[in-house]
Design a protein around this ligand. Structure first.
Ligand SMILES: C[S@@+](CC[C@H](N)C(=O)[O-])C[C@H]1O[C@@H](n2cnc3c(N)ncnc32)[C@H](O)[C@@H]1O
Length: 498
């Protein structure tokens, strides 16, 4: 009898899999692995089966083997990437796609998937390029058009985002998710009535779709139509965003007790608190609130804001934090050019141009990957690090925190950290918003913390700093009014090294 080749055994096993006979496919795949340990097909199929059963870790174990044994085959890499994505590891998933594209530069599926992983990683510009390359081969690929619309939207290319989203809906008119994304794109592009109409079409097509109700509510809310917004949010009780938005509407209407219930529900659905419901809850109940803003909230806030940050802050709010810090440092640093400088909460790097002339090394640290991506584009920083202020390490002559401590109430841990990373004589230059005397810090209506002057004096002294400068300033205006604040430059014990 002729010997059956591994390829033939694999074809039989795959046929069983494709026919939905999973048990048989698994048995055949295991036999294949035992009989031909150097043939990747058995592992590939076991990976596929595990993924179907939502066992991503098991799937990855088999798929890694399959990739090792058949490194030039796209299929195991495509499935391995899906497993990695499900495990929340999009950067590694992207590496598999890059490996495929290195061998097959026109591989449309690899382009499409790489785009989605980059979308997750907030690398929107590169994501757009890959979606466009996937569309060269398949111009009617609605899922790719939908994702292209999302990436363009994140980049602030509003008209192009609408065009891509419209195309996705034209090709797949029954896909409610695509309609929801189109509604959001239309709203962002200022086509508000069309946005409402599209969101209404989505909720009519699928009245159980909470994302569609959320989109409709948010479009109304942005237009300050609170009643219809709340009516829509009420249809999405399982979505933290809808609960939070409902709470915000109620708070605006002065219905604080009801708002508190929705903030509470939001927190129960999202323990990490991406919306800052803890902060809202404190404000509507009059309780003290947490001593710092939740990390997930700050990250989410600035990831969302990154694209428009520079325009909104500098043009809209007349933001001058970096300029004020720059002027204060100039009086102390003179013509020094050899300093190691850390820009804490560097955001998009607005302070980079001010700090660069004094620096030998200029580092930035921020919680928000999207803000860091913007800072990277400036090409001014030597290292950009994603992390919380308290995770800062290294040894610096100057540390700067412009409009960052407004997200932290209790500052003693930050001051201690600064005294550890600054050399003796090193400077910590920062701004805060000003709270009345009689409290150390206060959580305000806009979910930002303010600090009293006496607290800043005390908390810096307790960490071993001497205040070189403590001035009344205003770093920004709100509704045409200058927001009162403080600018401080605190010296870490002895002389700056030289
Ligand atoms: C208002 S922006 C200011 C950005 C920059 N310093 C400037 O002056 O343009 C605040 C930045 O601080 C970051 N941030 C807030 N709290 C932080 C924390 N605890 N750790 C790290 N970054 C933080 C935010 O992600 C955001 O990018």
């Amino acid at each position: 009898m002729a010997k059956i080749s591994p390829g033939e055994s694999f074809a039989t096993a795959m046929k069983a899999y494709e026919d939905g006979r999973s048990d048989s496919a698994r048995r055949l795949a295991k036999k294949l692995v035992e009989a031909h340990p150097k043939f990747g097909g058995g592992h590939y199929l076991l990976g596929l089966l595990a993924l179907d059963y939502n066992q991503s870790q098991v799937a990855l174990h088999h798929l890694d083997k399959a990739v090792e044994l058949s490194a030039e085959q796209p299929a195991p890499r495509l499935v391995a990437a899906t497993a990695l994505q499900r495990l929340g590891r999009p950067a590694e998933a992207a590496l598999h796609m890059r490996a495929i594209l290195a061998l097959y530069p026109d591989h449309a599926e690899a382009h499409a998937l790489l785009g989605t992983y980059l979308l997750d990683l907030e690398q929107n510009r590169e994501a757009v390029d890959h979606f466009r390359q996937a569309l060269v081969a398949h111009p009617d690929w609605s899922a790719v058009l939908n994702n292209l619309g999302l990436a363009l939207g994140h980049l602030g290319e509003k008209q192009e985002a609408v065009e891509a989203a419209r195309e996705a809906v034209r090709i797949a008119p029954d896909h409610v998710g695509f309609r929801v994304n189109l509604a959001i794109a239309l709203d962002k592009a200022g086509l508000k009535e069309e946005g409402v109409a599209e969101a209404q079409a989505a909720v009519q097509a699928d009245p159980d779709n909470e994302d569609a109700w959320l989109a409709l509510g948010m479009i109304h809310q942005r237009r300050n139509r609170l009643e219809p917004a709340m009516e829509a949010f009420a249809h999405a009780p399982d979505l933290p965003s809808a609960r939070w938005s409902m709470a915000e509407c109620l708070r605006k209407l002065g219905r604080m007790d009801e708002a508190a219930k929705h903030y509470q529900a939001c927190l129960e659905l999202d323990h990490e608190d991406h919306h800052g419901a803890r902060l809202g809850l404190a404000v509507v109940t009059g309780q003290a609130g947490p001593d710092r803003a939740p990390e997930a909230y700050v990250r989410h806030l600035f990831d969302d804001f990154a694209e428009d940050f520079d325009r909104c802050l500098v043009e809209g709010l007349d933001y001058r934090g970096p300029a004020l810090i720059g002027a204060a440092l100039a009086t102390i640093l003179g013509d020094r050019k050899d300093l190691d400088i850390m820009d804490l909460g560097c955001g998009t790097g607005l302070a980079g141009p001010v700090l660069k002339p004094y620096s030998k090394v200029l580092d930035g640290l921020d919680l928000s990957p999207a803000m860091l991506a913007k800072a990277r584009e400036r090409a001014l920083y030597d290292h950009l690090i994603e992390g919380y202020v308290l995770a800062a390490t290294g040894c610096y002559d100057v540390a700067v925190a412009a409009d960052v401590l407004v997200y932290i109430g209790e500052l003693s841990a930050v001051m201690t950290k600064m005294s550890q990373i600054l050399r003796p004589g090193g400077l910590f230059a920062f701004t805060v918003e000003l709270a009345d005397e009689g409290c150390d810090w206060r959580l305000g209506d806009r979910s930002r913390y303010s600090h009293s002057q006496s607290y800043i004096r005390r908390v810096t002294a307790e960490a071993g700093f001497e205040l070189d400068i403590l001035e009344d300033v205003s770093t920004r205006s709100e509704a045409g009014q200058a927001v009162p604040g403080l600018l401080a430059v605190a010296k870490n014990k002895e002389q700056i090294h030289g």
